[in-house]
Design a binder for this molecule. Sequence first.
Ligand SMILES: [Mg+2]
Length: 172
Amino acid sequence: MSKFFPDMYQKSIYDIDYKKLKHSGIKCILFDLDNTCVPFHENEGNDSLKKLFNKLTKMKFKVIIFSNSPERRLKKFSNLRVEYNSSSKKPLSRSFYKILNKYNFKKEEVCIIGDQLFTDIYGGNKVGIRTCLVEPITDVDFFLTRFSRIFENRLFKKFEKKGMLKKGKYYD
Ligand SMILES: [Mg+2]
């Protein structure tokens, strides 16, 4: 069960202390796209997201959109001017290792930020990179995600019972 437990938990990608992340040795941030950066029905990057990615790039983070969505969707986010990895098949490890090997990052230097325990957090923990859970932007999900949310909510409640996670009780 601990493989589903995030190292960090924040309200949104805009609430993360990126300076702290930097100081703790993180060099590369993998961003889940849907419901982490944009609502899943949105088809381009908005200004706040663009600003954030600009700031992070200036801070010398390698920023990569790391999504299970296909290339044809991710192409629409080229206005954000960051790299993307499409069809990542999270929680499978392959795409995570692809990034680690391509840029020669150590596991301790990479962080994934996402809204799903079963894909983003579990996938990241399995590989051994840092994981950060954020609240989903909307409660509207891709239809397959709707099913996993049911189980995810159950898992979240289990964590809550054990005093490990609490909705709205953020930590980093
Ligand atoms: Mg997501």
